[in-house]
Ligand binder design. Structure first.
Ligand SMILES: O=C(O)c1ccccc1N[C@@H]1O[C@H](COP(=O)(O)O)[C@@H](O)[C@H]1O
Length: 225
């Protein structure tokens, strides 16, 4: 599938937090690699499994449909599995490696590393070695999606290099900082929610387009070097 296909000259893009069909259509038209759906009820971007299934039904094959969960119960997992034709899990809470494997049952999964000073990425990547992706996000109370940037210098250069094929950079990315993030960490993909919204859960076609153009521009810059 699209998001974690590593091609150094093309940064993959995930847009997260869709609740409206018109936004899904606009993102698909922009050629992004993955769309995320938030199954975490406290989030203003929450969608029910039924709503997500209808939205994913609008997506052509080849684009990852990502199920974002935060410490889901067995019942929540079952509802998602029974209804949602998703292709990738995003575990954004305190799920243990074993719990991620248990839920995913062979489907690829990403684990969010919620970065703050002192976070040990080497331990994290050893613990979650079976993850298809490491999603780097800012540590915030309430788990995520708040547009907060973390200090990228907390990511050891060697770690970023060794894991580039599965690093997804997120946390407060926008058209002003994403190029710097890409050139600093060279992630396989970037993930954004807040800065492409007109209001929480409502994506803006203009802001989505601008973000894609900036990322594609950064990739052209890379090829020219
Ligand atoms: O989007 C949410 O509401 C959300 C809720 C709980 C956990 C994670 C959430 N979103 C993810 O947060 C990061 C950063 O998003 P932002 O660009 O800073 O708003 C991203 O991975 C979203 O998928």
């Amino acid at each position: 599938m699209g998001l974690l296909k590593h091609t150094p000259d093309k940064t993959r893009i995930k847009f997260c937090g869709f609740t409206r069909s018109s936004d899904v259509d606009a993102a698909v038209a922009l050629g992004v690699d993955a769309l995320g759906f938030v199954f975490y009820e406290p989030s203003p971007r929450y969608v029910s499994p039924e709503m997500a299934a209808a939205l994913i039904g609008r997506m052509p094959g080849g684009i990852d449909a990502v199920a974002l969960v935060v410490n889901p119960t067995d019942e929540e997992v079952k509802r998602i599995k029974d209804r949602v034709p998703m292709t990738l899990w995003q575990f954004h809470g305190d799920e243990s490696p074993g719990r991620c494997e248990e839920i995913a049952e062979g489907m690829p999964w990403m684990k969010a590393a919620r970065i703050k000073p002192g976070f040990n990425l080497s331990d994290f990547s050893l613990q979650y070695a079976k993850a298809a992706g490491f999603l780097l996000d800012a540590f915030v109370e309430g788990y995520g999606g708040g547009g907060h940037v973390f200090d990228w210098s907390l990511i050891p250069e060697l770690w970023a290099k060794e894991n580039a094929h599965r690093v997804v950079l997120s946390g407060g990315l926008n058209t002003h900082n994403v190029v710097e993030g890409i050139s600093h960490l060279k992630p396989c993909a970037v993930d954004v929610s807040s800065s492409i919204e007109a209001a929480k859960g409502q994506k803006s076609p203009e802001l989505m387009k601008a973000f894609v153009e900036v990322v594609r521009g950064a990739n052209l810059g890379t090829q020219a070097v």
